[in-house]
Design a protein. Structure first.
Length: 983
């Protein structure tokens, strides 16, 4: 079955590519210098897919050659439900700026220069022409928020050129995580009317944003938002703006559909135009449900009183597959401006005006006149309005595919609500960034925990599909609703919070919320076959919002292109002769009092995940007071990992192991797991580098925190600017000069003015033998003014008998008590030294660990000894072998190879057929593609396998027969073998 699907796909897309490419070559010269600015616009996150352009046509052209737009993904292989043409129209009397009448079925994108064309230098200013993302015609993608390599460069960095959601900053434009993004994929491009055919341009610049959603509630919706700017020095009077559309449903040999109109919000005015299929034609028995295709003007120019005009004019007329209706500006203007008496109207006015309202057509005549349906075009416009020189206006359209009229009305209301909220809607948690690690018969996935920044985050789902065809979204067993529509896929595995949110979603019974498994950030798949490619996707999902009656939302599962939540991997046999790298320690223990025995109350495990990525460097692991959790700073203990050899941090302020046990990131080929100590009590210590040293029996300083301190962190700094500090109540009336500054690190509050000295001699002035010194004296010296001799007797504790400093908050409540013991055998701190106090952390502040890695090596003697293990699989190769998944994957594989070698293939006549240059050196790469995620991650391991598609050096398929191969290593070692191809 899968073979048949792939063959159909290859034929379908191969035929389209051939037609388009030949026309592409023929028409390129007509575009001239503007050609490089023409690119593709692709929306593919939700169920609604669209190939479009950046020159006025949202989709399609005027003939069936390019009718491949707006398809539900489950119908991609079956019947297309598409818009043949939707194009922007701006009109004044007898001057209509549009793209649909000049578009040509002989070339897409293109034809002669159209009224709308991309602004000059778009290829540099508005998108990156060398992004590496392109259509099957080789044209680049326009700037897409989730693919930063499509953004133009500014100062050598990707820069988002489009509009941003409210609350965004200019700095966000350089953030590849796309925090400015309104939808799963925002798209931006700019066009103008400088090529207005046969008429003077009006000086219009149009900045276009479009929005595509991977969330369930908006998966069938795409928005197009136009900011139209009058760049001329002339005011525009009585203009109209809107769209021409020619919608299509069903098969190309039976395009029988109706056009209808609805008052979706029941305000007495038609606001929604849609096409629907009255008699579904199904010659191949695919039983694919058609959908109602709706378009709605969701934003429009303002009237003089400041209210939106809305859709003021709508006229529908019959066309056919080669016809679009009026083609001249003079012929279109009467329909756009609703003037049936204009003498320039093409043909009978009754063809364009229907019903009693001369501005808004009645559509009841269509099913009455065309029982079996027909093809129709229409204009939906807003006007008239004026546009002053230098001024701008805005118009927006929402398009949706819905299963029936009632759903269509509800979808239209949702579209309007989202448009009123600047196209924002409830959103799922961000998709995680995924790394896939392949090995022999196994794939291991790792993903980050960024989705957990969402307050409504609930869990993760893991999906898998074969990686052989980008047009197949076979992500597992399908979940069908009662009408047979695909509403989801069953994941390989699902992990969710242990919080009682489980089972079926109360607002959508087809959504499984999980079973309180607990969260994980890794998954091992052993149900794989070496040599076959797989694509994995990890999604995040929210819990239902009970108060809003909103079902769980899930991040996009993955689609065309390299989205950050997917990983492409091929399991394989390791190369022969490779000795994997290793870490110097697999467990890091602290040393007790510098003695050579470990304290096992806290430790760190070093997991060697990608040993062949080891650098041989030394690393230092330290602990931090804060964690940088994506865009948030959390006041909790974290860690940093420093590469001592390169002098750079490879991880900074990262979260330690949580209850999931596997959330820490991969770095340098390792992943660290942290096992901390019991956290009851207080951490009180000098910060690393201080000259202060404890005595044999007493600490130099110690501290106690009181309840009002909460989980905050406090710090005392030794200064050279003493402060005058009063004695604490009950401890005399003296004042003291303290060279100290006290701060709440968590809040940033300076608490120095809230210090009070607890001087025992101030309370007991007659006990100088016990407490020594005199009231009002204070210093940092060992055995100095603060040392109380009573402690030397061993009959008293420093907690009760030492001098202290009490620190209060602004409300007068006790925050902390600092024990300033200063034993004679200790060492004092220096100016700038800091003393740290907080609730006890899993790891002591100032603790550090060091470990190193050993690089992988290739042992030449091992390679020589194991070289005779090289094999070809399958052998013999049969055309119908299960190894193949469709024509595009027809191949055999050499296995048990060394990391580097050349493979020469000969036929039995001794003729050289092909040479393979095998380099299976392991590396890890990331293409940053944020929006829903932060990177499409891929690995190329030390593979002992090389696939050959059985193409000879003349790029022809090899014939049936016996073949000889010779494998040669860089050191000159060789082995030979043979295999057979049977066709």
């Amino acid at each position: 079955m899968l073979d048949k699907i792939n063959l159909k796909l290859k034929f379908y897309f191969g035929l389209i590519s051939l037609i388009l490419f030949s026309s592409f070559l023929f028409s390129q010269d007509d575009i001239g210098e503007d050609f490089e600015d023409i690119v593709f616009v692709y929306h593919g996150y939700g169920n609604l897919r669209n190939w479009g352009s950046n020159y006025g046509l949202i989709t399609g052209s005027s003939t069936s050659t390019t009718c491949c737009s707006y398809m539900y993904y489950q119908n991609t292989l079956h019947n297309s439900q598409n818009a043949w043409v939707i194009g922007l129209v701006f009109a004044v009397e007898d001057n209509v700026i549009e793209a649909h009448s000049l578009s040509s079925g002989n070339f897409w994108p293109g034809g002669p220069p159209l009224d709308w064309m991309p602004v000059k230098e778009s290829a540099q200013e508005h998108f990156n022409p060398k992004s590496g993302y392109s259509s099957f015609l080789g044209r680049p993608y326009v700037a897409s928020s989730d693919i930063p390599v499509t953004w133009p460069l500014k100062g050598g960095k990707p820069y988002w050129p489009g509009r941003m959601k409210p609350g965004s900053s200019e700095a966000d434009r350089y953030n590849v995580l796309a925090p400015f993004s309104t939808s799963s994929r925002d798209i931006f491009y700019v066009m103008d009317d400088r090529n207005n055919a046969g008429k003077d341009p009006l000086g219009l610049r149009v900045e276009v944003m479009s929005f595509d959603y991977g969330v369930a509630f908006a998966a069938g919706i795409i928005f197009y938002d136009y900011l139209i700017i009058n760049t001329s020095d002339q005011d525009i009077k009585d203009g109209y703006v809107g769209w021409y559309a020619k919608l299509g449903l069903g098969f190309s040999d039976n395009l029988d559909y109706y056009i209808g109109s609805l008052d979706s919000d029941k305000d007495g005015e038609v606001d929604l135009i849609y096409s629907y299929d009255p008699k579904f034609y199904d010659p191949k028995g695919w039983k694919t449900n058609t959908r109602n295709f709706g378009v709605k003007m969701v934003k429009s120019p303002l009237s003089p009183d400041g209210e939106e005009l809305g859709m003021t004019d709508f006229h529908v007329f019959k066309v056919d597959d080669q016809d679009i209706g009026p083609r001249t500006d003079e012929g279109m203007w009467p329909i756009i401006s609703s003037n049936p008496d204009d003498p320039d109207i093409e043909g009978d006015p009754a063809n364009y005006f229907h019903g009693n309202n001369v501005r808004i057509d009645d559509t009841d005549w269509i099913p009455e006149t065309y029982e079996d349906g027909a093809m129709f075009g229409f204009f939906m416009m807003s006007g008239p309005f004026d546009l002053a020189a230098g001024d701008s206006t805005r118009v927006s359209m929402g398009v949706v595919l819905s299963p029936d009229n009632e759903t269509l009305k509800n979808d239209a209301i949702s579209m309007q609500e989202m448009a009123d909220n600047e196209f924002l809607g409830p959103s799922p948690p961000p998709a995680p960034s995924v790394t896939g690690v392949a090995s022999d018969g196994k794939v291991t996935l790792y993903w980050d925990n960024g989705a957990e920044t969402d307050p409504n985050f609930e869990g993760y789902r893991v999906f898998r599909r074969y990686g052989t065809n980008q047009f197949i979204n076979d992500w597992g067993k399908e979940v069908l609703d009662l009408q047979g529509n695909i509403v989801g896929h069953i994941p390989l595995v699902q992990y969710d919070k242990i919080n009682g949110v489980k089972g079926a979603d109360p607002f959508d019974p087809y959504i499984n919320l999980g079973s309180d498994t607990g969260l994980k950030h890794s998954f091992v798949d052993t149900n794989v076959t070496n040599g076959l490619p797989y694509v994995y996707a990890v999604t995040s999902y929210s819990g239902p919002l009970i108060e809003k009656e909103l079902s769980s939302l899930e991040s996009p599962i993955g689609s065309r292109g390299g989205f950050g939540n997917t990983a492409y991997v091929v399991p394989f046999l390791e190369a022969i002769g490779v000795i994997d790298g290793s870490a110097s320690e697999d467990t890091l223990f602290p040393l007790v009092d510098l003695q050579q025995y470990p304290d096992d109350s806290y430790y760190v495990k070093v997991n060697s995940i990608l040993p062949n990525l080891f650098t041989g460097h030394e690393y230092e692991l330290t602990f931090t007071d804060t964690v940088f959790f994506f865009e948030d700073t959390l006041y909790q203990q974290g860690f940093s990992l420093f590469d001592v050899d390169s002098g750079e941090f490879i991880l900074e302020n990262v979260m330690m192991t949580d209850e999931s046990g596997d959330n820490t990131p991969l770095a340098g080929g390792v992943r660290l797991d942290f096992y901390g100590r019991n956290t009851e009590g207080t951490d009180a210590m000098w910060v690393y580098g201080s000259t202060a040293k404890d005595g044999a029996d007493f600490p130099y300083w110690d501290a106690r925190l009181f309840g009002p301190a909460g989980d905050d962190i406090f710090e005392v700094t030794i200064t050279d600017e003493p402060l005058t500090v009063e004695a604490s109540s009950g401890y005399g009336s003296a004042t003291y000069q303290l060279p100290l500054k006290v701060a709440n690190v968590t809040t940033g509050e300076d608490l120095s003015s809230n210090m009070y000295v607890v001087d025992m001699i101030g309370k007991y002035p007659d006990d100088k033998d016990k407490y020594g010194g005199s009231a009002g004296s204070w210093d940092l010296l060992p055995g100095g003014a603060n040392w109380n001799p009573v402690l030397s007797t061993g009959a008293a504790s420093y907690q009760t008998e030492a001098d202290k400093i009490l620190v209060k908050n602004s409300d007068g409540k006790n925050l902390l008590l600092l024990y300033t013991v200063h034993p004679p055998d200790g060492s004092p701190p220096s100016i700038g030294d800091k003393f740290y106090m907080s609730p006890m952390k899993p790891f002591p502040r100032g603790q550090s660990f060091r470990f190193s890695t050993i690089k992988s090596v290739v042992d030449s003697d091992m390679v020589k000894a194991e070289l005779d293990q090289v094999r070809v699989v399958p052998n013999p190769y049969l055309v119908s072998a299960a190894w193949d998944i469709g024509r595009a994957t027809r191949k055999l594989a050499f296995v048990n190879l060394p990391p580097e070698c050349k493979i020469d293939i000969f036929n039995v006549a001794g003729e050289h057929v092909y040479q393979i240059d095998h380099k299976g050196v392991r590396s890890l790469g990331t293409r940053i593609t944020p929006g829903a995620g932060r990177g499409f991650t891929y690995t190329r391991e030390t593979k002992g396998v090389h696939e050959w598609e059985m193409i000879n050096k003349n790029q022809l398929e090899v014939a049936s027969g016996m073949y000889i191969y010779i494998v040669t290593t860089p050191e000159g070692h060789q082995t030979t073998g043979k295999f057979a191809v049977i066709r």
